[in-house]
Ligand binder design. Structure first.
Ligand code: NAP
Length: 267
């Protein structure tokens, strides 16, 4: 299926690792120009090289702290000077988490800043460029954990739920202009960060945090409601879904919150 991405201009925030990187790779393979935003220069450089190799001749990476409004504005000014328009914007960065008994106000605000306001600010800064493009789509990454409650995730799920709500609102706000906005809610995905962060915790139970089946077993014990497919997901599997949603080929989905979670009862 031709996604209509050849020559499209795509920006992926948090695009140097994990799901963002996997999405950027899918877009590059289909011939889009791709700009990734993240902080670490080494992973930006490595991913830009991979994007070029995959087919994005005009790939670039900008070192940006997406928690900072001025850095976001500067990044989109740079992209505007380079391309003059944007077709696809994917917002992927996510925050830490905390338990209500332990989390400070500052941490709460910071989690909203990273999960919610970074996307708001990227969309606001990108909008003039999205409006200049012949077609434009936005996808924000939320989380399927917004659909259940876990005490240690209060700030995380609250900030992600806000992002889902904002996406739905913007889908309505921007529909008259033909700009489509959707949310993807991942279940459990084995990004390198996920596996590394959880390695010591799973090791205590004798599980390997890089094994999708063992991770699903841990999710079952820790949170209940594991994936029906009996394994965690691989980042390439969600990258492909996001690439479709943010492509020209998606012409009739907007305001949707798409679960990509290996099967669950979550609506
Ligand atoms: N993995 C899961 O199971 C799972 C499940 C549900 C939802 N999610 C959500 O899905 C999204 C992607 O998760 P992932 O595990 O694929 O992430 P990841 O592998 O940790 O990648 C995060 C990306 O964001 C960048 N980043 C992080 N903080 C940033 C900041 N302040 N400014 C600029 N760039 C920043 C990172 O690069 P630098 O560190 O170099 O900046 C990296 O490129 C997140 O929103 C996460 O909450 C994940």
């Amino acid at each position: 299926m031709d996604l209509g991405l050849k020559g499209a201009a795509a920006v992926v925030n948090g695009g140097s690792k994990g799901m963002g990187r996997a999405t950027a790779m899918c877009l590059a393979e289909d011939g889009a120009r791709v700009c990734i935003l993240a902080r670490g220069q080494e992973s930006l450089d490595e991913t830009v090289a991979a994007l070029k190799q995959a087919g994005a001749s005009d790939a670039c990476g900008l070192s940006v702290d997406l928690g900072k409004a001025d850095e976001i504005e500067q990044a989109f000014r740079t992209i505007g000077d380079r391309w003059g328009e944007i077709n696809c914007l994917v917002n992927t960065v996510g925050p830490g988490a905390g338990h209500f008994f332990k989390i400070s106000d500052d941490d709460f605000f910071e989690h909203f800043n990273i999960a919610t306001m970074s996307a708001v600010r990227c969309i606001r800064a990108a909008l003039p460029l999205l409006r200049k493009a012949e077609w434009a789509r936005i996808v924000n990454i939320s989380a399927h954990s917004t659909k259940r409650q876990a005490p240690n995730l209060i700030s995380y799920t609250a900030a992600k739920a806000a992002l889902t709500s904002i996406s739905k609102n913007l889908a309505k706000t921007l529909a008259p202009e033909g700009i489509l906005v959707n949310t993807v809610s991942p279940g459990t995905f084995l990004s390198a960060t996920f596996s590394e962060t959880l390695r010591p915790i799973l090791a205590k139970k004798g599980y390997d945090s890089a094994d999708p089946y063992q991770v699903n077993q841990w999710i079952k014990e820790e949170y209940g409601e594991p994936a029906d497919l009996d394994r965690a997901g691989l980042v390439e599997e969600i990258g492909a879904v996001i690439a479709f949603l943010v492509s020209k080929r998606n012409s009739y989905m907007t305001g949707a919150d798409v679960n990509v979670d290996g099967g669950s009862d979550f609506t």
